[in-house]
Structure formats: C-alpha cells, structure tokens
Design a binder for this molecule. Structure first.
Ligand code: NDP
Length: 452
C-alpha cells in the first residue's frame, strides 16, 4: 500500500517538531506536520520561553534595590508592560519563524491546519484535505484547566497572561502548582499586588516538603499574599473590579484573576477513540515505553500522554520515537532522574526523590543546610538558600538533590549529571569546592541533619 507520507505528525510543539525533523532529515522519511495555531507549541508560544522572559523582567526590581545597596545611584520609574510586550511579541515571532525554518530545512511539509484522525492511517485537515500516512504521531500537548463555578469565565489562564493589553494593578492567583507559584513571583516582581489562594496545606504538592516550606516563606517575605487552605466560591464583576469570594466568606476585589489549576491533555475531538486509540483516565493517550498507542501505526509523545510534562522530556520522547521507527535504533525515552526547575523567586531545582518518598523506600541520611548567601547578605536582604541531599544509607548513592536559590535551575542541571552517573555522597565530598559560591555547600556538608 502506498501512503502520502511515511509519517504524519499532529502538533508543532517541542515533541512533534523534534520527531518530524529526525524522521525526515536523519531517517529519510517523507514527513508532513499539521499545526492549528502557531508553530513552536506551548513551550515557545505560551509557556517556558515567554514565562522565562517575564521572570527576567520581574527580577530587575530586586536587582535595582540590590544595586543601591551595593553603592549604585539608580532610580527606577516603574515597569512599562507595553514596551516589554512589544519586544516579547517580536521575539516569539522570531522563534516561530526559526521553528518553521527548521522544519523546512529538514524537508518536512508543514500544514497550517487542524488535523483529526479518520482511521489508523488517515488524517483529515481542516482545509478539507485527506492524507494517508504509514505512521501517525500525536503530539498535541495540553491546555489549561479551569474548574466550573459561578464566574469562572471571568478568570484568565496562563495562555492569556502573555497577551494582556495592560498590566493589572492587583491579581488573585488560584492554584499551588508550578504555574501559579511562578506567576505569583513574576507579577509580584513586576509591581502587581498578588494574592494567591491554594486549596491544600502547602504549595507545590509532590515536591520535597522542606523545599516547599522554604519557598512559601520566601514568597511571603517577598510580598506575595499567600493563603493556603483557601478555595474560591465565585467571581463577580463589579464596578470596582472582579470580586473574588472565598469559601471562607472573605472577598477580595482585584483587577484580574488568574487560574493555574492544572492542565489537561489535548485529546478530545481528534478522532482518537474512533481510530481505536485507548485513553487513560483523565483523557491522556495510553502509550507503552516506546510511545506506541493501542493502535500499532499510531504513536504519541509529550503532554498529551501525561507522563512527565516537561519540554525536554517531550523532545526526548519525540527523538526516541524517530530513532526507533525511522532509524532502526530502538530507543526508549528515559524518565528516570529527570532534573527540573520551578522558576519561583527564589528558584527551585530538584532531581530525584523527595525526602518523604525516599524515607518510604529504605534507610536514608539527610544532609541539609540553609544560609544567607553572600550576595543578599551584603545587600541586607534576608533571603536564605536551601541545599539538601538525600542519601541512601546502604548504597551511599545520592537519591535526591533539592536546591532553593537564585540560579538553582542552572545548578541542578549539573548535579543531575552526577546523579545520573550514580554518584555517592562520598563522590560529592571528594569534589573540591568552588569558592566562594552557593553550590559549594553541596560538597561540604559533613554530618547528616537526620537519619530516617
Ligand atoms: P499543577 O498540576 O502543577 O498544579 C495545579 C494546581 O492547581 C495544584 O496546586 C492543584 O491543587 C490546584 N488545583 C487543581 N484543581 C483545582 C481546583 N478544582 N480548584 C482549586 N485548585 C485546584 O499544574 P500547573 O498548571 O501549575 O502546571 C502543569 C504542568 O506544567 C506541571 O505539572 C509541569 O509539568 C508543567 N510546567 C513546568 C514548568 C517548569 O518546568 N518550570 C512550568 C510550568 C508548568 P492540589 O495540589 O491540591 O491538587
């Protein structure tokens, strides 16, 4: 049987673009890719990249205060969103064009259309075209989820933040995950009055408890009005702004409400069930270790599979798929010891197990230190750094590394290499400290603070 394409990719985000490029440029496959919105996907267009640029923008308020403490004569007249927004738009346009070029140079045919499955080898485009392919890769990502409640339509999501015409003076942020905490810090740094509501007892559920507490405290000290154990009952539009009424009965009137209450896989309306593709509870596509679905010709990578929802993981999954299917190099994406960062202020870098998870698996030693870093101590800031290693008492291997500090994302990338190589606590100790740095503490913690 002849097909229009060897591979048809649905979704032009991190995972889909990597898979398409490798299959075409290195695997010699004829590849088509459909994207319904903008090439680059969540990471480039409305996620990691614009978010990180906003983190950079927001850090200048603190940096200016520090500059004064270091003897500089600086004056700040406030942040102009319109200036930043214009530059952000231009940068995203540049990146989108770069993604398109990458595909073009790799010989991939891009279709600016929504694609849906007709059967295990056929897709239909919103342009009306029907195309066949030997393999189909679903890489449609995810989208923000906002629960149903009175006034929920008045809330914005992370998608909307980058498109705001004006910066609000005050905002309520709902949620306690990555996105809620990152935007609480960003907007706070940009001078917005931020109130954050989280329904549970402590933000960043699933991360190391000690690190969570440390970040929550730092966020509060930096000016985020964080309320835990608090949920929203309704939002009303008033002349003064949006009135957010909590389950406790308290009400806050603010300019904007941002919901960051999780993300859902983009699997609805794609014709997946009709083509026989099995879904998991919650709607994510069920795949095996090779990213193959229940239909042998259909694979899926990235957030739509809800494994580890991070760009670099989706890229690895896309690469592994094309290595396996088009380069005769069977490769499984490795989901073990994935380092990651939460871009709160201070940042949180983590790799491996939390203390709580490690404790449940066997005897451990915990090495931890919290201290005022030199840069802030000199500037008179009170913020503290947390460095923490969780060590297996039997094998001495470092099972978990948790860093709360400026640039923790940069540090955890390197600690992650050592952990991936199976480094023991003694390997860390054998490494000479780089002085004076914050991360030298990782190799100088001599005695455990506790054993469990
Ligand atoms: P998360 O799943 O991390 O957090 C969702 C938050 O919303 C949780 O605090 C959750 O509470 C709360 N929540 C869920 N449902 C409700 C509800 N009905 N009412 C009130 N609160 C609710 O999702 P995010 O949207 O923050 O991020 C999605 C994913 O994107 C992350 O898991 C991550 O993989 C990725 N990401 C990664 C980033 C990075 O690498 N720096 C940055 C941003 C996103 P509870 O804890 O009680 O369930």
């Amino acid at each position: 049987m002849t097909f229009d394409y060897d591979l048809f990719v649905i979704g032009g985000g991190s995972g889909g673009v990597r898979a398409a490029r490798i299959a075409s440029a290195e695997g010699g496959a004829k590849v088509g890719l459909a994207e319904e919105y903008r090439m680059g996907g969540t990471c480039v267009i409305r996620g990691c990249v614009p978010k990180k640029l906003m983190v950079f923008a927001s850090e200048f308020s603190g940096a200016m205060e520090d500059a004064r403490a270091y003897g500089w004569d600086v004056r700040v007249d406030g942040f102009d969103w319109s200036v930043f927004r214009a530059k952000l738009d231009a940068e995203l346009n540049r990146l989108e064009a770069a993604y398109r070029n990458t595909l073009k140079n790799a010989g991939v045919t891009a279709h600016d259309a929504r694609a849906t499955l007709v059967d295990p080898h056929t897709v239909r485009l919103s342009t009306g075209e029907t195309l066949s392919a030997r393999y189909i890769l679903v890489a449609t990502g995810g989208r923000p989820f906002v629960p149903e409640f009175p006034g929920c339509e008045l809330a914005m999501t992370s998608n909307d933040v980058f498109l705001m015409d004006e910066m609000p003076k005050s905002v309520v942020i709902v949620g306690g995950g990555y996105i809620a905490c990152e935007f609480a810090c960003i907007l706070n740094g940009l001078g917005v009055e931020v109130t954050q509501f989280y329904r549970g007892a402590q933000i960043l559920r699933g991360f190391d408890d000690e690190a969570r507490g440390h970040i929550a405290e730092a966020m509060r000290e930096n000016g985020v009005d964080l309320h835990v154990g608090t949920d929203v009952e309704r939002i009303e539009k008033t002349d003064a702004g949006l009135r957010v009424v909590c389950t406790s009965g308290r009400a806050h009137v603010v300019d904007a409400v941002l919901y960051a209450t999780g993300r859902l896989p983009n699997s609805a309306g794609l014709g997946l069930e009709e083509a026989g593709v099995a879904l998991k509870r919650g709607g994510a596509i069920a795949v095996d270790a090779w990213s193959q679905t229940s239909v042998p010709s259909i694979y899926a990578v990235g957030d739509v599979t809800d494994r580890i929802n991070l760009t670099p993981v989706a890229i690895r999954e896309g690469q592994a798929f094309s290595e396996t299917v088009f380069k005769a190099n069977p490769t499984r994406a490795d989901h073990d010891l994935v380092p990651s960062a939460v871009f709160t202020q201070p940042e949180y870098g983590s790799c491996g197990m939390t203390e709580e998870a490690a404790r449940d698996q066997g005897p451990i030693e915990v090495y931890a230190t919290a201290f005022r870093p030199m840069h802030s101590a000199f500037a008179g800031r009170g913020d503290k750094v947390l460095m923490k290693l969780i060590v297996c008492a039997d094998t001495r291997k470092v099972l978990g590394c948790h860093i709360v500090a400026d640039h923790a994302g940069e540090m955890i990338q390197l600690a992650g290499i050592a952990m991936k190589m199976g480094a023991t606590k003694e390997d860390f100790d054998r490494t000479v400290a780089v002085h004076p740095t914050m991360s030298e503490e990782l190799v100088t913690m001599r005695a455990p603070v506790r054993k469990a």
